[in-house]
Design a protein around this ligand. Structure first.
Ligand code: GDP
Ligand code: CA
Length: 335
């Protein structure tokens, strides 16, 4: 008998990653993961390239979405920020005419950013701050930022009023203010090439029994994590199997804006397109297995032909149970 897996490592963005993690936790708690010990530890390496400074506060959208979701503090309807939120500070700032006004800073949420900013100002690293914040939220996973360094995704969009004909905005402005409605001409990852993996990140990949790429955005969530120097190499080299789940279902993202981002980097917007973009580990890529949705069953042969195990199963995260079944299918695919 082989020894059961005890160390699962997940590379995560915000909402897609967090929802998947809820299903993974449920699957683990109900013994639905074949070959995985019921008390296996989950380590989450979260994207921090969405982070921004706003009104003097350091905001980490993906870390907070994972922390609030798994800590049962998330607003379920919005999918981000705190439940039972109030907006007095935002209203007061608007009354002062202070820009920017498009970013949703709720009163409860601000407390998190105040604690984080104070600790960073006192010299603590983002990893230490995240660990401290998680003491309150108890997310049931070890949550690590991909890096302690400042990395920011910026998006170039067409702007007829600018002399160059284009304008560069922070990813959050593209997503929240512009609602990703204008085409992204290019995506630039400021600081990524000079960043270093946060403490524990490389070990979490190298020493894992299984590495999972959840249905997070392949460009601005997983793409940035893999872009931190040495992280992609660690995923390619780990002894653990690496399995991913397609964020594209039926040729489109379910929610979010993976479509715009894939188009901007010239990757086919399809379940097969994303799988082949990640590539087979046997060919220097990052995947041993790739799950696609039932309606993308045509993708399976193409993905297998590239040397990646593949199956078509339902991939809609409609509730914890459905998501737990996805997690179980992912484990099975590479077991
Ligand atoms: P973000 O940081 O909040 O944008 O979240 P992630 O990067 O973790 O995940 C966003 C991506 O999740 C979206 O672009 C979608 O492609 C994908 N997604 C969201 N819901 C579902 C779902 O129910 N099923 C699948 N397969 N993908 C989903
Ligand atoms: Ca994000």
């Amino acid at each position: 008998m082989t020894t059961p897996m005890t160390r699962l490592t997940v590379l995560s963005g915000g909402m897609g990653g967090a929802r998947f993690l809820q299903g993974l936790q449920q699957a683990l708690a109900t013994g639905r993961l074949p070959g995985v010990s019921p008390d296996a530890e989950i380590t989450v390496i979260a994207n921090t390239a969405d982070d921004l400074w706003i009104h003097g506060l350091k905001v980490c959208p993906d870390l907070d979405t994972v922390m609030y979701t798994l800590g049962d503090g998330i607003d379920l309807d919005r999918g981000w920020g705190r439940r039972d939120e109030t907006w007095s500070v935002k209203e007061e700032l608007a009354t002062y005419g202070v820009e920017p006004t498009w970013f949703g800073l709720g009163d409860r949420d601000i407390a998190t950013h105040l604690v984080r900013t104070q600790m960073l100002d006192a010299g603590y690293s983002l990893s230490s701050v995240t660990e401290a914040l998680c003491k309150r939220w108890d997310p049931g996973v070890r949550l690590l930022p991909m890096t302690d360094d400042r990395v920011e995704t910026h998006v170039a969009i067409a702007d007829p009023d600018s002399p160059s004909g284009r304008r560069v905005v922070h990813f959050q402005e593209y997503w929240v203010r512009l609602r990703a409605e204008v085409p992204a001409e290019t995506v630039v990852f400021v600081g990524l090439d000079d960043s270093a993996p946060a403490p524990g990140v490389l070990d979490a990949i190298t020493d894992a029994d299984l590495v999972v790429l959840p249905p997070s955005n392949p460009v601005v969530s997983i793409g940035t994590i893999l872009g931190v120097p040495r992280i992609r190499e660690a995923v390619t080299a780990t002894k653990a199997p690496v399995v991913g789940l397609s964020p594209i279902v039926g040729g489109t993202h379910v929610r979010g804006m993976a479509e715009q981002m894939l188009t901007s980097i010239g990757v086919e917007v399809s379940a097969a397109g994303v799988g082949l973009h990640y590539g087979a580990r046997s060919a220097g890529g990052v995947l041993d297995g790739w799950l696609v949705d039932e309606r993308d069953v045509d993708a399976v042969e193409r993905v297998r032909a590239a040397g990646i195990a593949s199956e078509a199963v339902p991939l809609m995260m409609t509730d914890h149970d459905a998501t737990a079944a996805m997690a179980a299918a992912a484990v099975r695919l590479v077991s």
